[in-house]
Design a protein around this ligand. Structure first.
Ligand code: ATP
Length: 283
């Protein structure tokens, strides 16, 4: 594809394996100018790209939007030092490093825009998912995919967002037990060609990151609210396990705060993400 740079770090390609060339061939024009890399194994694709975001260009530093996908990720990360677990070859794990011409604070709503992007792409593959504020993709109430966005500012002051995504392709019983039976996995048909799925996600991410950069979160708000897993439901908002608020989840506002009609309050309150977690109230 014109303008696209492809780099396969995995030495050989066998059918079914991730391949940078195949991802590039499927990705379409939105992903032009993206560098695509595939590795057999790494600790964390987010950690790798974050490290490169602050390196000098001549020493392996990033110079263009870069997708790094790993067949196996051994030290996946969640928010606030939590872990993202995957059994070998049972997940699609990748990160996209994207240079933003915007100050860091403009990126606050980015996880919500990325959630919308994943959900809309999976819908094209016949998979219905819902979004849990602030950063999870659910299927029937269980986590199908996680999003972790980390940022770095390079010496030349370029702001990079590293968008890490893990999608479960299967969840072995052992893993299910480790995470408390809260994981879902993608139907086999949707994951039949992982290169096609990853290319579709890359194309949609590239398109939406440009839209986010020029128009901000507002263009994603209605789309997010349509996908909201707990719209109108009673939820608890937790800070490090302690309940901060309880009430009815309404949806997100224009800057990505969760609007909650707290029990006993006349007006909804707006909750900022930070390290806040949401749990749906049973019963
Ligand atoms: P919370 O679930 O409290 O809202 P979070 O969604 O922000 O937190 P993350 O930091 O995004 O959590 O993801 C890490 C959490 O996801 C882990 O603490 C674990 O409970 C769960 N988890 C880890 N690996 C997987 C997986 N492969 N599939 C589903 N859930 C997972």
């Amino acid at each position: 594809m014109r303008g696209m740079t492809v780099q396969t770090i995995a030495p050989t390609h066998t059918p079914g394996q991730l391949s940078a060339a195949r991802i590039a061939a499927f990705a379409g024009h939105y992903a032009e100018h993206c560098l695509i890399e595939v590795v057999a194994e790494t600790g964390s694709t987010n950690a790798d790209l974050l490290a490169r975001a602050v390196m000098a260009p001549g020493r392996g530093g990033l110079q263009a939007p870069t997708l790094l996908a790993a067949e196996t990720q051994t030290a996946g990360r969640g928010r606030a030092g939590r872990v993202w677990l995957t059994a070998p070859s049972a997940a699609l794990t990748f990160s996209l490093a994207w240079p933003f011409a915007a100050p860091l604070h403009a990126l606050v709503g980015l996880p919500l825009a990325v959630g919308v992007t994943i959900a809309e792409t999976l819908a094209d593959f016949g998979v219905d998912v819902q979004l849990k504020w602030p950063n999870d993709v659910l299927q029937s109430g269980r986590k199908l995919a996680g999003i972790l966005i980390e940022t770095a500012t390079a010496a030349d002051r370029q702001v990079w967002a590293v968008i890490g995504i893990g999608i479960n392709l299967s969840v072995p019983e052992e893993l299910q037990q480790q995470i408390g039976q809260r994981a879902a996995s993608l139907p086999t048909a949707a994951a039949q060609d992982r290169n096609l799925l990853l290319a579709s996600l890359l194309g949609a991410l590239a398109q939406n990151m440009r839209q986010f950069e020029s128009q901000g979160l507002p263009v994603f708000v209605e789309r997010w609210n349509r996908l909201h897993a707990f719209a109108g439901q009673q939820v608890s908002i937790l800070d490090q396990g302690k309940v901060l608020y309880e009430g009815r989840a309404l949806g997100i506002d224009q800057i990505g705060r969760l609007m909650l009609q707290a029990d006993g309050d006349a007006n909804p309150i707006a909750i900022m993400a930070g390290d806040i977690s949401l749990r749906v109230k049973e019963g």
